[in-house]
Ligand binder design. Sequence first.
Ligand SMILES: Cc1cc2nc3c(=O)[nH]c(=O)nc-3n(C[C@H](O)[C@H](O)[C@H](O)COP(=O)(O)OP(=O)(O)OC[C@H]3O[C@@H](n4cnc5c(N)ncnc54)[C@H](O)[C@@H]3O)c2cc1C
Length: 379
Amino acid sequence: MQYELTEEQETLRRSIRDLAQGIIAPRAAEIDEKAEFPEDIWEQLAKYGWLSLVIPEEYGGTGAPVLTTCVVIEEIAKVCASSALILAVHSLGSTPITIAGSHEQKTRYFPRMAAGEHLAAFALTEPGAGSDASALGTTAVLDGDHYRLNGTKCFISNGGVAEIYSVFAMTSHGVGTKGISAFIVEKSFPGFRIGKMEHKMGIRGNPTTEILFEDCLVPRENLLGKEGEGFRIAMQTLDKARPGIGAQAVGIAQGALDFAASYAKQRIQFKQPLAALPAIQFKLADMAMHTEAARQLVYKAAAMVDKGSKEVSKLSAMAKCFASDTAMWVTTEAVQVLGGYGYMKEYPLERMMRDAKITQIYEGTNEVQRLVIARGVLG
Ligand SMILES: Cc1cc2nc3c(=O)[nH]c(=O)nc-3n(C[C@H](O)[C@H](O)[C@H](O)COP(=O)(O)OP(=O)(O)OC[C@H]3O[C@@H](n4cnc5c(N)ncnc54)[C@H](O)[C@@H]3O)c2cc1C
């Protein structure tokens, strides 16, 4: 089944493409070079309603299908993977509230998130709990009207720039993942502190930080769902969000392919454009073929999320894994098409290659995705 976009989705694609090409693309190299969070691009995304896509309509958002959000992430990632993360992480951080939040919680938090005034983040990973999320050490102990949170999260995207954090912590011990609970935590809560900022290979325009909880006081009413439901909420969130990372990867791959193809038409060697060489043509053909296959898988997974399919864990893992492996391979080939120039910072391809790498790692490494897929295959 081919995933045709609706007329509305095509219109939105043209509209975000204009913003991406006109405003984001000229900033991409500088954002990477300075490792600077692009506040100006956040403002543009908020102003034109792109951050409202992931918030339900009844709470001031657009409530767009995941497929629409994927198209938007893809278009931004074509020119700047860091800028695409603003929306991808806003989606990741807000989804636990969409899944498990009460009407009161949604009414309190969503309007400002829809307006793009407050960004969201997702805080699951810890120094001792990466792929094994069940090993969380952060604790949440009920003390009167508040939970007291203690512990350290690491590698949190949108760290510091987000106002609202979906945080996962242990509320009981000895019961495995059933001891994990989810909370909405505001940056302004007492005992919440932003720790070390990471220096990274790629997506350098998105802050990745530690989050420290030092007797952090979280009101009891900020528990998401019931105690013990945190692991389920986290896993359902990742199932819904992984097509977005797949879309980021497709965008990076497409951006690299477009640049390499255009360069190959202009660069003259042996008295002819590189594009006239069969070796280069075959490379571009393979890059295009893999990118389109990845796009179709991402769109299918997104459409399955929108339909509430039971197959969603497997498909989302496939989309994220295949698209990110594709992005890594396509960007490496694109650098090769440019030869030595591909290796230079004067051209965007080395940045795209560095940015592609993270898509194989975050929201679950591709080894973990293969475990999820195998589980789906084997039953
Ligand atoms: C830039 C960046 C941004 C991030 N943003 C966020 C965020 O916003 N929120 C958040 O919560 N987390 C975030 N993460 C964390 C990310 O999801 C984890 O890094 C990832 O899940 C892997 O955990 P780890 O780094 O501890 O690696 P480890 O779990 O230590 O894994 C190391 C290696 O072992 C492999 N491995 C581990 N277990 C298995 C297994 N059972 N079978 C096969 N292979 C295995 C892994 O695939 C990997 O290759 C981010 C990470 C980075 C680098």
